[in-house]
Design a binder for this molecule. Structure first.
Ligand SMILES: [Zn+2]
Length: 302
């Protein structure tokens, strides 16, 4: 029996499988097809390949992490960066094909789920943020995903933050002004600095870190998390330079609630994929903590 995890991003789809004891069996990557029918076909093939590594080639459950917006109850996805996928009935298609439980969550919630269960964060109020092409976040209360009304996923990337007087305002794709995502996501960095995040100088990373810190400060005083874990290509690229600027901003301005620790995710770039696997284990009624050993082994092998 295999448990499958699928992490759907704007440019790539990752699939992995584990057996019921949490041993890692398979991992594959494809470029994300723009056409939804093509995407479903290719994902089905990847799931079959992932299941073929299990002893009896059967599937216990499938967990999926996908960029929002999505509906976790109906299991439909409409990822912002894939306009042709609007309302794609992903959960239903995979349940029909494989006849197993499917669990689907926003990729930031999936990452938070993995940080809690797979990386063993052990923090009862965990705020998780992912800073890559976009900027999202998830908040876990005793390991449960916090949801808004109608199952809405709260969007910490779409809060306005205060800008210094010499910085030009920007209108975000959501319609609001000076959203954190419109200022410091990978796409925003390219627009504002005319280069990729990987090419930023020290001072530019510090500017990005200050804005990140202002946004995290707002979230920290409203949610009072015990810890903030951050993942994603831009966060990993900025590393301690980015984090130290954000941390200084937090420490300067969070007094009314305990100031949370800010650190990189222990799962690095693969947080959402581990999240998808962990969701699959949860859907199969197996404790996702069983993945801790496999994750630790793969992370130490880097
Ligand atoms: Zn916005």
């Amino acid at each position: 029996m295999a448990i499958i995890g699928i992490d759907i991003g704007g440019s790539k789809i990752l699939t992995a499988s584990c057996n019921r004891r949490g041993a890692f069996l398979f991992r594959a990557r494809i470029n994300t097809p723009q056409d939804p029918a093509d995407a479903l076909n290719q994902m089905t093939e990847m799931v079959r390949a992932a299941a073929s590594r299990a002893a009896d080639e059967t599937i216990d459950a499938i967990g999926i992490s996908c960029g929002g917006p999505l509906d976790p109850r109906e299991q439909t996805v409409s990822p912002l960066h894939l306009p042709q996928w609007r309302g794609l009935e992903l959960g239903r298609a995979l349940r029909r094909e494989f006849g197993c439980p499917v669990r689907l969550e926003n990729d930031a919630d999936a990452g938070a789920f993995a940080e809690y269960y797979v990386a063993d964060a052990g923090i009862s109020r965990l705020l998780y943020a992912t800073l890559s092409t976009g900027l999202g976040g998830g908040f876990l209360v005793d390991g449960q995903i916090y949801r808004g009304c109608d199952e809405a996923h709260p969007e910490i990337g779409h809060q306005s933050v205060q800008l210094d007087p010499d910085v030009k305002s920007v209108v975000c794709s959501c319609g609001a002004v000076n959203c954190l995502e419109a200022l410091i996501s990978g796409l925003a960095i390219e627009r504002r600095y005319g280069k990729k995040a990987a090419e930023l100088h020290r001072d530019e990373w510090m500017e990005v870190g200050v804005l990140l810190g202002r946004g995290l400060r707002n979230a920290a005083v409203m949610l009072a998390p015990g810890e903030i874990a951050i993942s994603g290509g831009v966060a990993v690229g900025g590393g301690e330079l980015l984090l130290s600027a954000a941390r200084a901003e937090l420490e300067r301005n969070v007094h009314i609630v305990p100031c949370p620790q800010l650190r990189l995710s222990r799962l690095d770039y693969d947080a959402a994929l581990w999240g998808a696997l962990a969701l699959g284990f949860d859907a199969a009624n197996i404790m996702p903590q069983i993945l801790q050993a496999a994750a630790a082994e793969r992370m130490s092998g880097r």
